[in-house]
Design a binder for this molecule. Structure first.
Ligand code: UDP
Length: 492
């Protein structure tokens, strides 16, 4: 392992499996190094996913080291039917010994540990090794507030779930039952207990970084700081450091790409990009309706498609195991007959995976139909692209409510109790976002541009924006702690 530089603060960052966690952790690492002069080592809990491997390969490591921790076999500790959140949390717990030995073996030991929220079970390693410990919430402040409050108010959560009434998180927009977290909906299952533990562990952090910014979630951030609202529950100071997104063009720019070439030939803002994140899949019947909806909308599109899951409800089926389809396999097997030929002059179907950051930055893209994972959301907003939000799992329904109702930069299907969203509704949503000459589309576009600009201001070093300053404050804490450790070592 490459030792990090010696006489500046050194932070160990830990990313749990999944592109949605790895990408923001890498971006946070880059910022700490380039803007705040912190040495960084990034530990990654390994998965076999081809996309993770290729991202790590394409990531420049001149500024920091990336250390994959050995893959852990948790097959004896989880059931295949367990929720993805349970699987992730168990994997992270079983990575504790390898994290501890990797950190202990470092020539320049880090003095702070920063983990994404699936990694809070590793905090005792930081305590043992005398390190500061921070959590990095790679989604919203609203999710953070709900998670920590929910773990301290189990009766309230029970009422919310059993009577299907809103969960009133002090100082925040109430969480409607229809938008609630997967883990709450599954109250009584293992995932609920596993998730509640995260809320408890988060409250023991020395600080919590969040991939949001003041203008995006000012009211919720205020609640997290206010003793009358959530400060006494969350305890740790909260640092909004976003929007941290993958740069565009992406890390690896030298490969010609068919999608980008196709986009080059389309008019500005004429294409809707359709994708359900790194692991999302749709049941067969829903795939067919989506295809019909896109076709009926008459709009140009790029659609990243994946085969339907074996079990209809398993909408995160591709999370751990996204591999390329080959040979005779392909989208024609699961899309309506004739769809590909009927739409070939205005639509591009991309199997499995596409260079999303680059696509969303392309001038031809005018809308994004997304599962509203937080990375996808930020990539859309920071490019000024309004959305059709179609949440699938985890905290995505919360994100959808924030985007469609609070921020009004997205449209969303009506609640239908997990049923299939029909083609007519899809057609209408796509038109509402894409047809900018209509009042609603125009207003959405203006609001999304305001958010894009406020995000740029928040991150600006020159303007000392709010997110830049929040991360600078974290860096100052790391520096002070580093000085303490150095002084102690000299005195010893
Ligand atoms: N992504 C991509 N190409 C794809 C699908 C996803 O590059 O075809 C990237 C996307 O740009 C985002 C990440 O994978 O950065 C997905 O993270 P997100 O938080 O949106 O969702 P998750 O995959 O965690 O559900």
């Amino acid at each position: 392992m490459q030792a990090a530089a010696g006489n500046r603060p050194h932070a160990a960052l830990l990313a749990s499996p999944g592109m949605g966690h790895l990408i923001p952790v890498l971006e946070l690492g880059k910022r700490l190094v380039t803007h705040h002069d912190i040495a960084v080592t990034i530990f990654v809990v390994a998965t076999d996913a081809a996309t993770t491997k290729s991202l790590l390969k394409s990531c420049p490591t001149a500024n920091f080291s990336i250390v994959p921790l050995p893959a852990v076999d948790v097959s004896h500790h989880v059931d295949p039917s367990d929720h993805i959140v349970t699987k992730l949390l168990v994997m992270m717990r079983h990575s504790i010994p390898s994290l501890r030995s990797a950190i202990s073996a470092m020539a320049d030991p880090p003095t702070a540990l920063i983990v994404d929220i699936f990694g809070t079970s590793t905090f005792p390693v930081a305590d043992e090794l005398g390190m500061l410990k921070y959590a990095f919430d790679t989604t919203t402040a609203w999710f953070l507030a709900t998670t920590v409050y929910g773990s301290s108010a189990e009766d309230e959560v029970a009422r919310h779930v059993n009577s299907r009434t809103p969960l009133v998180v002090p100082g925040c927009k109430p969480v409607r039952f229809e938008d609630t977290l997967d883990a709450y909906e599954a109250m009584g299952d293992r995932v609920f207990d596993e998730f509640q533990r995260v809320g408890v562990e988060l409250a023991t952090a020395d600080g919590i970084l969040v991939n949001t910014w003041e203008e995006m979630e000012g009211k919720t951030l205020e609640a997290l700081r206010n003793r009358k609202a959530l400060k006494d529950v969350v305890r740790a100071p909260v640092y909004p450091v976003g929007p941290l997104v993958r740069p565009s063009p992406p890390l690896k720019t030298n490969e010609p790409n068919d999608v980008v070439e196709w986009l080059d030939g389309q008019p500005d803002r004429s294409v809707i990009y359709v994708s359900f994140g790194s692991g999302g899949t749709l049941p067969r019947a829903q795939l067919a309706e989506l295809a019909w909806g896109l076709e009926l909308s008459g709009q140009r599109f790029v659609w990243v498609v994946r085969p339907p899951p074996v079990e209809d409800g398993d909408v995160s089926a591709a999370f751990f195991s996204l591999e390329e389809e080959s040979g005779s396999q392909g989208p024609h097997r699961y899309l309506p007959e004739g769809f590909l030929s009927r739409t070939h002059d205005r639509g591009l179907v991309v199997p499995m995976w596409a260079p999303q950051a680059e696509i969303l930055a392309h001038p031809a893209v005018g809308g994004f139909l997304s599962h509203c994972g937080w990375n996808s959301t930020l990539e859309s907003l920071t490019n000024g692209v309004p959305m059709v939000v179609w949440p699938l799992y985890a905290e995505q329904k919360l994100n959808a409510a924030l985007l469609a109702e609070e921020l009004q930069v997205a449209v969303r299907p009506g609640y239908n109790n997990g049923g299939v969203v029909k083609r007519e509704e899809i057609e209408e949503m796509v038109r509402r976002v894409m047809v900018a000459k209509e009042e609603e589309g125009k207003a959405m576009r203006e609001r999304v541009m305001e958010l894009k600009e406020s995000g740029e201001r928040a991150l600006s070093r020159k303007l000392k924006g709010s997110s830049y300053s929040a991360l600078a404050q974290v860096a100052r804490e790391l520096e002070l702690n580093h000085q303490r450790v150095v002084a102690k070592a000299r005195g010893a």
